[in-house]
Design a protein around this ligand. Structure first.
Ligand code: GTP
Ligand code: MG
Length: 463
């Protein structure tokens, strides 16, 4: 088998649909088309201009017409894979595309493996490894924001950023080795200059690592728990956010016994919302179980919506619940603003130690006007989503990228320690190499074959 033999695959999902696309890549792509695709203009297919769609009759080995299809060639290097590519848009359904695939295979074109087209694009330098992964992330995206995130890596934004950082690391390394090799000619860097440079690179890396947390929420959604003492309006809040009467609301404290779970979409962010039983001392066996479940739901919540009744003063129960929320990502919801207020934002800030911007006044009475829902939603999105208007802000959402960045960060921190301890510069070289290797793993510049294999294993056939 040649390293780059010609491959083919059906790129569209199987099943009935308007069209199916077959993709062929490799040096025999156009020549083999001359045996099965006959332009209705009477020309020979391979003589037609690149990137020009042509209507062709498709015939099998025995000269039987099997379809009429639009066929386009995209000659190297201006194609997805960087090789000669042909795409056949035939009629959808399962049979036609399969018959055409049979013909191509009879001409010696091999069926592509999962991800093989994109792998070739990577090998031919059309896309870096992070871009290839973005292709898969975009296909798998479950939310609008997931698409935006992947699309920005697809266009190479992340790849260029990482390349630039890696170059800075390499140029520091080059400077170190030059100083070691020609001590008389090249001046040694001052510690402070060295530290500044390493610090600046590390700050950028750190920012990217932090963006992973946010990226994770965009991809996987946010688990939010609504908690508070009985009757403060937790179920009313769930219903208001959902826009339907999902949970039972009554003026009897202890209405909600079991947890009620729902998914909502907040500005493109998927929120897994759990309404819980009001937390209080209870002797009722069923309610007790409900309260246990409420506490359990807190344990793995990314966000806690702590609901308080602003028409009443802060109670001992509220303070106790607040204590159990320590270390959690908490927003205080001051509900029942339509009544006479007895609780202020300042008081909550002071008594419960919750930041002002995380305290949201709200009113969600049944059958009358709701107040504050938009502000609440806005703040939640703000907390979990990188602001879209920061054009130059790049975020990562791929765990492999995060791990590689953490490795690079570790190497640079080790380097900083070395400088502080007065380790000779030529011994610090290895840390810079490690940092560069970590960064190179993301774009694929210094990546091991096994990692590349793992990345492409997850792909679908035809991509
Ligand atoms: N005026 C007013 N009443 C509200 C508001 N929110 C909820 N209520 C009322 O408060 C009562 C309790 O509301 P729920 O949503 O059941 O409260 P809960 O926190 O789920 O209560 P438990 O399930 O018992 O823990 C109901 O009578 C609601 O109609 C509000 O913003 N303003
Ligand atoms: Mg309730």
């Amino acid at each position: 088998m040649k390293f780059f033999d010609t491959i083919c695959a059906i790129a569209t999902p199987m099943g009935s649909g308007g069209i199916a696309i077959i993709r062929i890549s490799g040096e025999d792509a156009t020549a083999s088309m001359d045996k099965i695709a006959f332009p209705i203009s009477g020309k020979v297919f391979s003589s037609i201009e690149s990137h020009k769609m042509t209507l062709c009759v498709i015939k099998d080995r025995e000269g039987r017409v099997i379809d009429e299809a639009l066929v386009v060639s995209m000659l190297a290097p201006k194609s997805y894979t960087g090789e000669d590519v042909v795409e056949i848009q035939c009629h959808g359904g399962t049979m036609t595309a399969r018959l055409i695939m049979d013909e191509l295979q009879s001409l010696g074109i091999r069926h592509a493996e999962a991800g093989e087209f994109t792998r070739r694009a990577f090998i031919n330098g059309k896309i870096d490894l992070s871009g290839a992964e973005a292709v898969m992330d975009i296909i798998d995206a479950k939310s609008k924001l997931g698409v935006y995130d992947a699309a920005s890596s697809l266009t190479g934004k992340l790849g260029s950023k990482i390349k630039a950082l890696r170059e800075e690391v390499l140029s520091l390394a080059a400077r170190l080795s030059a100083t070691a090799d020609f001590p008389d000619e090249i001046e040694e860097m001052e510690d402070s200059e060295f530290l500044d440079k390493v610090g600046a690179i590390n700050a950028e890396i750190k920012k990217l690592i932090e963006s992973f947390e946010k990226g994770r929420f965009v991809r996987d959604g946010v688990k939010a728990s609504i908690v508070g003492r009985p009757n403060v309006g937790k179920s009313s809040l769930l219903n208001a956010l959902l826009g339907e009467e999902r949970a039972i609301v009554t003026d009897i404290p202890g209405t909600t016994r079991d947890t009620v779970e729902e998914y909502i979409n907040m500005g493109g962010l998927a929120i897994h919302l759990t309404d819980t039983a009001g937390i209080r001392e209870s002797e009722d066996a069923v309610e007790k179980i409900g309260i246990e479940r409420a506490k359990k739901s807190l344990a793995d919540a990314d966000l806690v919506l702590f609901v308080l009744d602003s028409s009443e003063e802060l109670s001992e129960e509220d303070i106790e619940i607040s204590r159990s929320l320590e270390g959690k990502n908490v927003m205080a919801v001051l509900n029942k603003q339509d009544k006479t207020p007895r609780l202020t934002i300042e008081e909550i800030e002071k008594e419960l130690g919750i930041e002002k911007e995380d305290i949201i006044p709200l009113a969600v009475p049944q059958n009358s006007e709701k107040i504050g829902l938009e502000a609440l939603e806005e703040r939640i999105c703000d907390k979990f989503v990188q602001r879209e208007n920061k054009e130059d802000e790049i975020s990562i959402s791929n765990r492999r990228h995060r791990d590689a960045l953490v490795a690079a960060e570790k190497a640079l921190l080790h380097l900083k320690e070395g400088i502080d301890m007065g380790v000779p510069y030529d011994l610090l070289y290895i840390d810079l190499e490690d940092a560069a290797a970590g960064l190179g793993e993301i774009t694929g510049e210094t990546v091991q074959e096994e990692i590349v294999n793992v990345v492409f294993e997850k792909f679908c056939v035809g991509k």
